[in-house]
Design a protein around this ligand. Structure first.
Ligand code: ZN
Length: 358
């Protein structure tokens, strides 16, 4: 059979094969069209063989043969391209069908986290102080003895050091027992010719306490400090009243009892009138009508001088409160350990309350 005949027959067969292939399912169709391609155009494919025979053909037949071969190759390539597009369209339709959203189905509940109650109370207090012109300053939790104790009027061998059992890292380095060192560091840098210093220093502090319902080896403190000319005990009392009313209600009043802290003179314990019984006497206030909430006092002149502040010109007050204790009182939490155990049942109790505030 002449080469022309062979190629014409091949062409007819290919048209038939492509028709058959087009009747197949999409995946099989792709496979079949590729098989056809390698049968004809592969290394030992029929077209390759036909091309080899081309050089022995009569010169006048060569253009016709070349055209035939090209037609066959084009037909196959077109079939492949067409099949590819068809398969892709099928796959897209399939996917769209599967991904159709049934809007009548009930939604899945998305469980949202919320801020920890301690964070929320802290941010609340920070907002209060910022509104009164205080700056919020944070400092290192690993401190040197000099800043944690020395500059707070607690030299080595001072008996009051025992009031705060300390985690020492070395003889001079420790985990801070209070956030007061931040105050010393800020006082040193403050330019008093440009105005008063009003700051709070919130953060974690550490003490070697055995954990129980009211003690934790790690807790959070917020200490406040105001230094300017002519700061008096009256300024302190006014500020404490604002804090007490903000946290525990407008009707609250406070009372000051004399106390002792090495870094303040005079020092006071601050009680707030019981918000459970309004002073009638109950279990929260242990029948006294008053609840102790924080410690405060006028900054000791030694503390001012050690941070480079002239105590003959400047005076100031300071206060320190435990964030956990405040939060326990405000929300009636009976065990400090609840805050750190991350029991979702405990934490969720505050969720609606916080959402309400948000
Ligand atoms: Zn009470």
């Amino acid at each position: 059979m002449s080469l022309i005949k062979t190629l014409e027959t091949m062409q007819g067969k290919i048209v038939e094969r492509i028709q058959q292939i087009n009747a197949l399912e999409p995946e099989e169709r792709m496979k079949a069209v590729n098989e056809l391609k390698s049968e004809l155009l592969g290394k030992r494919g029929e077209i390759v063989q036909a091309r080899q025979q081309l050089k022995d053909a009569l010169p006048e037949d060569k253009p016709i043969l070349g055209q035939l071969i090209n037609k066959i190759i084009t037909a196959i390539n077109e079939a492949i391209e067409e099949t590819k597009q068809y398969v892709e369209t099928c796959q897209l339709e399939e996917r769209l069908k599967k991904e159709t959203i049934d809007i009548s189905l009930p939604g899945r509940e998305v469980r949202m986290g919320t801020k920890h109650i301690l964070t929320r109370v802290l941010e609340d207090l920070e907002d209060l102080f910022i509104s009164m012109g205080y700056q919020v300053v944070e400092g290192p939790e690993v401190e040197v003895d000099l800043y944690n104790f020395g500059k707070m009027n607690l030299p080595k061998e001072h008996p009051a050091r025992d009031m705060q059992d300390t985690f020492y890292i070395s003889s001079e380095v420790l985990l801070r027992t209070q956030t007061s060192p931040v105050q010393a560091r800020t006082m040193e840098k403050h330019d008093f010719s440009k105005g008063p210093l009003k700051m709070i220093s919130p953060g974690k502090v550490y003490r070697r306490d055995d954990d129980d319902a009211t003690h934790s080896h790690q807790f959070q403190q917020i200490e406040g400090l105001v230094i300017d000319k002519h700061i008096t005990m009256g300024d302190l009392k006014g500020t404490l009243e604002v804090i007490a009313k903000y946290m525990f209600g407008e009707e609250r009043s406070i009372r000051l009892r004399p106390s002792y802290f090495p870094f303040t003179e005079p020092s006071v314990e601050v009680d707030v009138s019981c918000f459970k019984c309004s002073g009638q006497g109950c279990s929260v206030c242990k029948k006294t009508g008053w609840i102790e909430v924080l410690g405060a006092g006028m900054v000791h002149p030694n503390v001012l001088e050690m941070s480079g502040v002239d105590s003959t010109q400047y005076s100031g007050f300071a206060f320190g409160l435990g964030l956990e204790r405040f939060t326990m009182l405000k929300y009636g939490v009976d065990d400090i350990r609840h805050f750190y155990q991350n029991d979702v049942r405990f934490l969720n109790q505050f969720k609606t309350l916080l959402e309400g505030e948000a």
